[in-house]
Design a binder for this molecule. Structure first.
Ligand SMILES: Nc1nc2c(c(=O)[nH]1)N[C@H]1C(S)=C(S)[C@@H](COP(=O)(O)O)O[C@H]1N2
Ligand SMILES: [Mo]
Length: 377
């Protein structure tokens, strides 16, 4: 049981909470709570300065109430266009060759809260993103065991979370070209721990570089199909305009594509916006850059509101599909209000826009970040 005193003590020990007050969810450090049931929890930016995001600081997003999970009796059914249907337990999955890779998970709507005009949906600020080490069998090994047929084009994933009434099931498809990659795995572990229930334990799909909605949690059904799933979450949600229109303008579903790879972006984890600094005293900015399916080539920082840019120092961990940490030291010369910006460029040459294109669901906000620092004399 958490007492009020306990909550206050935790709140006092934790960073600032821009939205609702701190609410302690078991297994988590204090998070920015957008919803407590089902849990939609954002990481305060200060948690995101390190290369690996610890499990107890990792953001959580779910559309439906979390299912009750029993690892001992868990089964994932593999069916559809296959030669042999399979029903695999966690022990069966552990007996397959295991792959391990770091990958960044980001909700497509991360940063939605900054779009104007406002867009309905969770008003995420920066922290619907995290980087973890994932481990489990490769999807392609499971598909090979099941013998997917030649004209199969998509793989559907369904989780054990079930909607009430007319709410649609959360089913997502990925095309065979992504399903067959070495890097597409079914995770049983996150950062060396059994996959936590909040993150889809015992089993979720890892779709490196693609938006979080593809990373279905509590996977209990894998269906090989000729077409992408016709349900709400593939036909309507997670779509981005082929040609972005004016801010606020509606876009017809046929003029949109399903989101796949994420945008290139970077942000500051520390210090907090509106922090104070002193002339002549160095300040270190720390943050991360990431390029979805591409590597991060460079991150630059501007201490003059974007007029001039200097390279930041990149962290040594450099992996496909994982973000890259950066740091930048600055010794302010003049007092006043300074606007600090960061900008990432990825291995495909993509860079960040001053303002990301507004779109009806508020996805892929990778606008260049502007952080205000108050320098005193
Ligand atoms: N079964 C299931 N899987 C799901 C979801 C869900 O609602 N149900 N939400 C998706 C979305 S939109 C995101 S951003 C990620 C979030 O993963 P996390 O909670 O581990 O951070 O899970 C995805 N997988
Ligand atoms: Mo998401």
């Amino acid at each position: 049981m958490l007492t009020r005193r306990h909550l206050l003590a935790l709140a006092a020990a934790s960073p600032a909470f821009p939205q609702s007050g701190p609410l302690i969810v078991p297994g988590k450090k204090p998070m920015i709570v957008h919803n407590d049931f089902p849990e939609d929890l954002e990481s305060p930016a200060g948690y995101l300065a390190s290369w690996i995001t610890p499990n107890d600081q990792f953001f959580v997003r779910q559309h439906l109430p979390r299912p009750k999970v029993d690892v001992g009796s868990w089964r994932v059914e593999v069916g559809g266009m296959v030669a042999n249907k399979l029903s695999l337990s966690v022990a069966d999955l552990r007996a397959l060759p295991q792959a391990s890779l770091p990958a960044t998970l980001e909700c497509a709507g991360n940063g939605r809260g900054a779009f104007r005009p406002r867009i309905p949906g969770l008003q995420w600020t920066k922290g619907a993103i995290g980087n973890a080490q994932w481990r489990g069998p490769r999807l392609k090994d499971i598909l090979a065991k099941a013998g997917a047929t030649a004209d199969a084009k998509y793989v559907d994933f369904d989780g054990a979370d079930v909607p009430a009434g007319k709410v649609p099931e959360f089913i997502r498809s990925i095309p065979m070209r992504k399903a067959m990659l070495e890097s597409t795995i079914l995770a049983l572990e996150m950062n060396g721990q059994p996959l936590p229930e909040l993150h889809g334990g015992p089993l979720r799909i890892i779709v490196p570089g693609w938006d979080g909605a593809s990373w279905v949690k509590w996977v209990n059904s894998i269906q090989v199909q000729a077409q992408s799933n016709p349900g709400f979450y593939m036909a309507r949600a997670y779509k981005y305009p082929k040609v972005p229109g004016a801010p606020g303008a509606a876009v017809k579903p046929e003029d949109m594509d399903v989101l796949e790879g994420m945008a290139v972006k970077s942000f500051f984890a520390t210090p907090e916006p509106e922090s104070k600094a002193k002339t002549g005293t160095p300040v270190t900015f720390r943050g991360v850059g990431w390029g979805g399916e591409n590597r991060v080539a460079r991150v630059e920082v501007s201490t003059d509101g974007g007029a001039s840019w200097k390279p930041a120092t990149l962290g040594r961990e450099d992996f496909a599909f994982a973000w890259r940490t950066f740091s930048f030291n600055w010794t302010p010369a003049k007092p006043g209000y300074h606007t600090i910006c960061c900008r990432a460029t990825d291995s495909a040459g993509r860079s960040q826009p001053i303002d990301a294109a507004w779109n009806p669901s508020g996805y892929l906000n990778n606008s260049i970040e502007r952080l205000g620092i108050v320098v005193e004399g």
